[in-house]
Each structure stands twice: as C-alpha cells, then as structure tokens.
Design a binder for this molecule. Structure first.
Ligand code: AHR
Length: 498
C-alpha cells in the first residue's frame, strides 16, 4: 500500500474561492444550444422551449456562470441576427463548424435561459470579423437604459431594463490560425485595448477577459500574452487560458499526469502577467480566466464523417469514461490550488458538446465527468488552504507526477472543511494521513468515492449510473488526526462538519 500525507493549517489560507471557477460554456456548436438547452416541442421543454430536464442537471452541477455564444463561433457572429421576431431572423453559414445557424436562439433567449437555469452570463464579443464599433453597439444594446437607437431596439424586443452582463470576453482564441479574423499579438492587443476601452466607457462596471494563447503548445505562447498585456493592461482584468486533454495514445499514467502540465501552464501565465506588471510598475494584478478546459478527443474521428451545412449536427459528442472523470477531478484540484489567481474557469462545454450532460429526444443523463465536477463545485466553496502533499511520484512527460493530488477547502461560515483527493496509482491503494487538530470539534460527515474497476467504463442513456460516486468507508478521524484509505484509481471527497 502507498502512503501519503497532507499538511493544511486552518489559519493558512491561500485564497477565497471565486465561485466563478465552477463556470461552464454554451457555444452555438453541434447540439449544445439546439436539442441541448433549447428544444421547443420536446416533452421536456417549458413555455420558452428550454429543456427543464437539462436545467435540473445543470442545477446539480451548481454552475454560477455560463460563457456564450462561443468559442470559434463568436468570431463570425452577428449578434443582431439573433434578436427581434424569430420569423425575421436570417439563416447563416457558420464557418467555424461548417453548420447552418438558424438564429432561433440569440441574446434575449440566452439571458432568459440564464435566469431559468439560475446562472449568469459571461458574454463574448466578436473581435474576429468585427471590431470596436460592433463591440460598442452590443454594449449600447445591452447596457444603456434607453433613449438611443440600440437601447430602444432592445426595449422594443421585449427587454425594458438593461441586461446584467458583468463579464465579457474580448474575442476568442485570436492567436489561432483556424480562427475567423485571426490576428497577430500586436494587432489583437491594440484591438482588445480599444474595444475594451469603449466597452468600459459604455458600461463602467464590467470586467474584461483578453484572449491568451489557445493552448500551452501554441508556437507563440508566452510572447502572445506578453505583447497583448503590454498593449491592453489598463483595459483588461483577466487573461484567458484554454486547454484540452487527450488519451489517444492510451497511456493512462501519462494522461492522469496532465494535471502537472495544467499546473505548469497556469504558473507560466501568472509569471508572464506579473512580469508585465513589474515592467509597467502597476499595483493592479491581472488574474486568470481558464475559460475552456476539458478532455476532448473521443469524437474527433467520428466528426470527420458529419456532413456540412446542416443544423444541430452531432459534433464533438465525446462519450466520457471513468479515467476522464479522474483527470477532471485532478484538474479541478489544480484550479483550486491556484485559487489566488484563477478567478474564472469554464468547463467546456455544458451540454452535448464535450459535455458533462447529454440529451436525446427521450431524456438527459450524466456523463462520468459530471460527478467530480458536481462534487467539487458543491463542496469546494469558501477558502482554499495552503495544502502540502507528501506522496511518492512517477515520471511523466512534464516531470514528476505525485500519485496523490489533493487540496483542502474550508468554509468557516458553514463550519465545514473538505478534502478532495485523487489516487492516481492504477494498482495500489493509498493510506492517507493528515493532522487537522486545529479543527477540534469537527467530525467526518460525508465520505464519497468515485471509482470503477474499468478505466474505460462509460455512462449511456441505457446505463446512466454505471459510473457514479458511492459512500466510502473505513476513514477514521480521531483527536484531529485523519487516517483514510484511498482505493487505487479513485477520487475521494471527505467532508468534515462541526
Ligand atoms: O470548445 C470547442 C472549441 O475549442 C471552441 O469553439 C474553441 O474556442 C476551442 O478551440
């Protein structure tokens, strides 16, 4: 049996958790919008056409923000196409996904849906095929109370008061050659600064996210962030990070070690933000918005067979397995371990498209990755403690990967603290010990374990509960000292209450 230990001192707080790190993402892509969250005529739809079975599952995930409308899609999007009477809305060719966009769901429907789903919007403007004027127009439409052409158009379209949209993305993945209107760092940095300036002039309270690199391995990574922040530091609040993981090589130890690379990516971007800050002698820090992250590879071959120029194709419909859920747990632990700088994060995406929730005409179900997200989102609120992990490690392409990934989060208001822990060993269980004596008077209230013998086990509509958390046993918490056994290849959550 492996042995590992945790050190976390009650008073040694790394940071409050910004609940927005439990965000997600809905893009006009595949069946995310149409047949995902919106399906008029479905037996599950409410009077607005919103799938109520999907909303119920989203509420289980406890998602405070949802990024919209893209993604690559936003870089060719005209938001005006999606407002006003539905019969007048144009059908358009979406070049991001070679799909026909009907525009039957747009800004007003999304805002109404966020209310129904008890979440809030993180909106993106098109800085690919469009620019400063269109960003200004969208802010006039959404944020000005009335008395102008565009704000009065909003009112005529049924929304009397301004929309409450506190967080905006300045485009999407503008460093990527696949992006409509792809730009150099200097071109984008200037555009982000000027678009951001007019957006904040129109709606002073908003926060803005500048595009960072599309992933850690982009050839321009590092230089891109440095140049963009050099040009737009004063206008922006966050820089974005995106990353998707694959186990196409079927090497599970390497795959589970991707959280080490994820951690290195975050640390590198923090270093660049702080380097620019030092150079500019600024006191204000730029924080991080990891606004696209997930596993994405299962659907890549099948997507090549999907015909172009249809509506709501079955694109990016990854069927997630148990090992994907283990990596998702580790990635979320990593986000928490950077809670002092990562203030926003979005699991990409939410429904049908590389998503924790899948739908058919007959129902909706939870994929494997749903479970670690729900467990951590619901229990990982409050403050992250500096958590030292002592564990054996194995070699991976990023260096050393500890068998144990773990973090401790406390919630003084609700008098709880929670341990999230992944044992990455595929063969050995692990005896975990921790000294939590400062939490005198607390007891172990909940012990949940997500494990499956088959790393490739999946959930389907026919068998939706094949992979799900079950109650764990055998953990002892006495005199402030914890001893628990973490099974091989497992994710464990231990909730302590006063
Ligand atoms: O989430 C799917 C796509 O991945 C997004 O549209 C894009 O931003 C990223 O490359």
């Amino acid at each position: 049996m492996l042995k590992a230990s945790l050190q976390a001192e009650r008073r040694s707080v790394l940071s409050a958790v910004d609940p927005r790190i439990y965000g997600s993402f809905i893009e006009h892509l595949g069946r995310a919008v149409y047949e995902g969250i919106y399906q008029p005529g479905s037996p599950f739809a409410d009077e607005n056409g919103f799938r109520t079975d999907v909303i119920k599952l989203i509420n289980e995930l406890n998602v405070p923000i949802v990024r919209y409308p893209g993604g690559n899609f936003v870089s060719g999007y005209k938001w005006e196409d999606g407002v006003g009477p539905k019969e007048n809305r144009p059908r358009r060719a979406d070049l991001a996904w070679n799909t026909i966009e009907t525009n039957q769901f747009g800004l007003h429907e999304f805002m109404k849906w966020t209310e129904a789903a008890h979440t809030s919007p993180m909106m993106a403007v098109n800085l690919g095929t469009r620019g400063v004027q269109e960003a200004k127009d969208l802010l006039e439409y959404t944020a000005i109370p009335g008395g102008t052409k565009l704000s009065d158009w909003r009112r005529a379209n049924g929304q009397e008061k301004p929309f409450d949209i506190p967080l905006w993305c300045l485009g999407n993945e503008m460093d990527g050659p696949w992006q409509m209107g792809h730009k150099t760092a200097a071109e984008y940095g200037r555009l982000a600064a000027e678009a951001g300036r007019v957006m904040k002039m129109t709606a002073p309270g908003i926060e803005l996210v500048a595009c960072g690199s599309s992933n850690y391995y982009m050839p321009t990574f590092g230089c891109w962030e440095d140049t963009v922040l050099d040009l737009a530091y004063d206008q922006v609040d966050y820089i974005s990070l995106h990353e998707y993981f694959s186990n196409a090589a079927d090497n599970t130890p390497e795959f589970l070690a991707e959280s080490v690379g994820f951690d290195q990516f975050i640390s590198a971007v923090i270093a660049i933000c702080d380097g620019v800050r030092a150079r500019k002698k600024k006191s204000r820090k730029i924080n991080l918005s990891f606004d696209e992250w997930n596993v994405w590879y299962h659907s890549k071959d099948q997507d090549k067979e999907i015909p172009h120029w249809i509506t709501a194709p079955h694109l990016l419909e990854d069927v997630y397995n148990f090992e994907d859920a283990l990596l998702v747990a580790s990635l979320m632990i990593t986000l928490l371990r950077h809670a002092d700088r990562v203030k926003v994060a979005c699991l990409a995406q939410l429904v049908n498209v590389i998503a924790p929730i899948m739908t058919s005409d007959t129902g909706a179900w939870r994929q494997t990755i749903f479970h670690p997200f729900a467990m951590i989102s619901n229990h990982g609120r409050g403050e992250v403690l500096h958590t030292e992990v002592v564990s054996d490690a194995y070699e991976c392409r990023h260096g050393d990967a500890k068998y144990l990934d773990a973090v401790v989060v406390k919630d003084e208001e609700n008098e709880t603290f929670t341990v999230f822990a992944v044992n990455k060993s595929l063969t050995d269980s692990m005896e975990l010990t921790a000294d939590f004596r400062p939490f005198a008077g607390y007891r172990l209230a909940e012990h949940q374990v997500l494990r499956h013998e088959d790393l490739k086990a999946v959930n389907t509509e026919a068998e939706p509960e094949n992979v799900k958390p079950v109650a764990g046993s055998g953990a002892v918490f006495e005199d402030g000292k914890l001893t628990a056994v973490l099974p091989d290849k497992s994710f464990t959550m231990l909730v302590f209450k006063k």
